[in-house]
Design a protein around this ligand. Structure first.
Ligand SMILES: *[C@@H]1O[C@H](CO)[C@@H](O)[C@H](O)[C@H]1NC(C)=O
Ligand SMILES: *[C@@H]1O[C@H](CO)[C@@H](O)[C@H](O)[C@H]1NC(C)=O
Ligand SMILES: *[C@@H]1O[C@H](CO)[C@@H](O)[C@H](O)[C@H]1NC(C)=O
Ligand SMILES: *[C@@H]1O[C@H](CO)[C@@H](O)[C@H](O)[C@H]1NC(C)=O
Length: 800
């Protein structure tokens, strides 16, 4: 991703008015006033001048903000390099694009250079073969689009237009419909009305579906084009390009590549645009090897000639992935294709070199460019990139020299240039120089400080331990209505914590929460880690709820870190609010964080102490999913408490889970669970569980279970238990068998009684039975003479 952005050209012309006023106001505003604001917080000006100036400045700041858009290097650009954790956190936070204000959000999105390339190809393809439109059809298209936009859809809605559908107005209508699903309906409707869609309208529909991220539909649509058009429209590369790009933009890298392969396999030749899209997607994912292969395929297999975009994509991608030499190799390769590098090519290389710390080589490259080609001149991006490079190397003098050179060549530094320089100066401890620069810049009205500028100064004062000054800057920021962002707050809060002034830190933290600064899209994206000192303080002092509220705001912005989660969960545990802690644990898991053992242990322990074994069990299940092995004693405690509460399903599922994971069983608990199962009438489940125990080498107290069953009059179950026990070669309690057989006879369950007796006889244990006479009588009464004879034969001799 390119780090610096060109100032928007259109802004210069469309905002003459604002600039005019900003000029007047800034002129009125003495340099002295600004400097005193920054450095002493107490301008020596008369009150009436002050209030007027504030109004003026707020107006100017406001206007400039509205159109400043994305202005700073992206986070990923600048957070490489060895740095301490704190400074890393800080740098990361400050380097993210500051302002997201724009009257036109698309313009902000389009600014990134890579997207510019895509934009280029999209636009090119979109306007391919398009004929000039007539005024009439324009109007008709707008009328149709308005009907569709503002009325509920029905086929009648457009019936009056049926005969007037033409190539141009169908396209234009599609373009003007706001909702993609309605556009698709219109497309289908026109088809049904007999309008022959052409390649252009199919392409446009595909683009619309892609933009809506309705990619499955888009894919089906793509492969139905030939059939829908009765073979009139052939599948051509740009249809595939469109979907490949849409997959890429949706982050579905693999789908992009798959479609690229499909395209080739069905014989649609990829064009330079296809290759550019694929290369750009691959390199964004760091797949340099694959990109190399695709490039070779492009030249070798398909004989496609690369264009300047191809090379810019390649150079940028390789440099971004720290392959600067390869970047240069492609740079040289360009000339063999008669492809002249443009300023973007140079800027890309310069950026790669600067990030690799090779600023002087970059500088030489730029000098070479200026000498070599008359048409190529360093632009504001070139200069700003170099200035940043020098600033990062703490060579501020060279940076200042470049600023002068830039101005002398008629290039107007933008706010990024200034902020870069100010940051460099602050880091080089040259605060005096900052004063000069600020004075100079603001004196001629070219520079209006923004949130980022203030943040640099706040940070500089904080790092030099001058918190009072930092707060003055913060106050001035508020006075000038430059909105504070997360970075402004987090530095101050952290510095206050470091100094031990927790009350003041907490106050600021409250303000941060109440103003919902973290929720606003303005400014840098918050970094959860930067709040960890205040989280720690709050959670150790019984204020975990407060910390949690801010943590939620951070999560809403999609930013979080392991430590903040842990701090807040442990804080809740300390306060006995285990459920709250558990709630955060669930969030944490949903966001793919792995809580550590201590968190789980603490929560489970807490739930057991608070007599909430079911929650303890839920926590335990999550713990197992995180691949931790809890202590067996913990599992047994949970199980015992669940059994005490008589929760049969939960205790059973816990036992099954333990068996599946080979965790040792406690015979007392297993037996208790069985009693619970039988007691709840879950007979089949109970036998299943017993089987499972024995299969895994564990036992239950069968006698206890049988006695329980007898007491409850569940004799068939008792009999089955005894049979099961014999099957597993267990010593059998003959007295127990005796009473079960006798009882079975009494209730006329003779066949069960006989089965048990038969099994005992097989083992030669029947001799000790005292109930045989009763059994024979019962069998005879039931007409089972054969069985009766079987028993009779085996009656012990003494008694016959
Ligand atoms: C993208 O395309 C639009 C036309 O649809 C054009 O106006 C705009 O300038 C292009 N943006 C960039 C960054 O190239
Ligand atoms: C933030 O809140 C404080 C007091 O709670 C208020 O004075 C200040 O104006 C607010 N700032 C913003 C930017 O809303
Ligand atoms: C900018 O704003 C848009 C919508 O307002 C949002 O989707 C996007 O995430 C924001 N970007 C940043 C970097 O905050
Ligand atoms: C089961 O309970 C008995 C007493 O009720 C006890 O002696 C024995 O140690 C317990 N067994 C296990 C494994 O806890």
């Amino acid at each position: 991703m390119i780090s610096l952005l060109k100032p928007k050209k259109d802004y210069e012309s469309s905002n003459k008015f604002v600039d005019f006023f900003s000029g007047i106001f800034t002129y009125l505003f003495s340099v002295h006033f600004w400097i005193s604001l920054f450095f002493h917080g107490n301008p020596t000006a008369t009150p009436s001048f002050l209030s007027m100036s504030f109004a003026a400045v707020s107006f100017v700041v406001g206007c400039k903000k509205m159109r400043s858009g994305l202005r700073w290097a992206t986070a990923e650009d600048l957070n490489s390099g060895p740095q301490s954790l704190l400074s890393q956190v800080f740098t990361k936070e400050r380097f993210i694009p500051i302002s997201n204000f724009s009257s036109n959000p698309c313009a902000v999105l389009r600014k990134l250079w890579s997207e510019k390339t895509d934009n280029h190809t999209r636009v090119q393809e979109l306007h391919q073969n398009e004929k000039p439109r007539s005024r009439n059809s324009c109007k008709r298209a707008k009328d149709m689009a308005n009907l569709i936009n503002y009325k509920p859809w029905s086929n009648q809605l457009l019936s009056s237009f049926t005969t007037l559908l033409s190539k141009t107005n169908v396209l234009q209508t599609l373009r003007h419909i706001k909702e993609p699903s309605k556009a698709f309906q219109f497309f289908k409707w026109a088809h049904e009305m007999g309008f022959p869609h052409n390649a252009q309208s199919y392409f446009m529909m595909l683009e619309i579906l892609g933009r809506q991220r309705n990619l499955n539909v888009a894919r089906n649509f793509l492969f139905s084009i030939e059939k829908k058009s009765n073979g009139e429209v052939k599948l051509e590369d740009r249809f595939f390009n469109s979907l490949i790009r849409s997959y890429g933009e949706a982050g579905l890298f693999k789908e992009s590549i798959k479609l690229f392969e499909t395209m080739k396999s069905i014989g649609v030749s990829p064009s330079v645009v296809t290759f550019n899209s694929v290369l750009s997607i691959l390199l964004r994912r760091g797949r340099t090897n694959m990109a190399r292969a695709v490039y070779d395929e492009m030249l070798g297999t398909y004989g496609v000639t690369p264009d300047v975009y191809t090379y810019n994509i390649l150079i940028r991608g390789f440099c971004k992935n720290s392959y600067i030499e390869e970047g240069f190799w492609f740079f040289k390769e360009m000339t063999s294709f008669d492809c002249d590098p443009d300023v973007v090519t140079y800027n890309t290389l310069v950026d790669g070199l600067c990030k690799a710390g090779k600023v002087s080589i970059a500088h030489n490259l730029v000098n070479g460019m200026n000498k070599k080609c008359k048409d190529l001149n360093s632009d504001i991006v070139t200069y700003t990139t170099l200035i940043r490079g020098y600033c990062m190397k703490q060579q501020v003098d060279k940076a200042l020299f470049l600023l002068e050179e830039m101005t002398s060549r008629g290039l107007k530094p933008n706010v990024i240039t200034y902020n870069t320089l100010i940051k460099g100066l602050c880091e080089g401890q040259k605060l005096d120089k900052v004063k000069d620069i600020l004075g100079q810049m603001m004196g001629d009205g070219t520079f209006v400080p923004d949130t980022y500028t203030f943040n640099i100064l706040i940070h500089a004062h904080c790092s030099s331990g001058n918190l009072d000054e930092a707060f003055k800057v913060f106050e001035n920021m508020k006075n000038l209505q430059v909105p504070a962002d997360s970075a402004s707050y987090s530095v101050l809060i952290r510095s206050l914590c470091q100094r031990g002034d927790y009350d003041a830190a907490e106050k600021l933290f409250d303000e941060l929460y109440e103003n919902e600064t973290l929720l606003s899209n303005y400014g840098s994206k918050p970094i959860a880690a930067s709040y960890s000192p205040i989280f720690q303080y709050l959670c150790e002092h019984g204020k975990s709820k407060k910390a949690e509220k801010v943590l939620r705001q951070l999560m809403k912005r999609g930013t979080q870190d392991h430590l903040s989660y842990k701090t807040v969960i442990m804080g809740h545990c300390k306060e006995g609010a285990y459920e709250n802690g558990y709630g955060i644990l669930v969030w944490m898991l949903r966001r793919d964080f792995v809580p550590d053992f201590e968190i789980y242990d603490c929560l489970i322990d807490g739930f057991l102490r608070k007599d909430k074994p079911l929650l303890a069990k839920e926590t335990l299940e999550k713990m197992l999913k995180s691949s931790y092995k809890p202590k067996t004693s913990t599992l047994h405690s949970i199980l015992a408490r669940i059994l005490e509460k008589g929760c049969v399903h939960e205790s059973t599922s816990l036992i099954v889970m333990m068996l599946e994971r080979n965790i040792r069983q406690n015979i007392n608990l297993s037996t208790e669970n069985l009693l619970l199962l039988f007691g709840s009438g879950l007979r089949d489940k109970a036998f299943q569980i017993i089987e499972l125990h024995y299969k895994n080498g564990y036992r239950v107290k069968i006698e206890e279970v049988v006695q329980f069953l007898c007491q409850r009059g569940k004799l068939p179950e008792a009999c089955k238990m005894l049979l099961f026990s014999m099957e597993h070669h267990r010593n059998i309690d003959i007295d127990l068998c005796n009473s079960v057989i006798a009882a079975l006879c009494k209730i006329n369950k003779v066949s069960e009684a006989f089965n048990l007796c038969y099994e005992l006889a097989e083992k030669g244990l029947h001799q000790e039975l005292t109930c045989l006479n009763d059994l024979i009588a019962a069998l005879e009464a039931g007409g089972r003479l054969k069985e009766a004879a079987f028993i009779s034969k085996r009656m012990p001799r003494v008694q016959t």
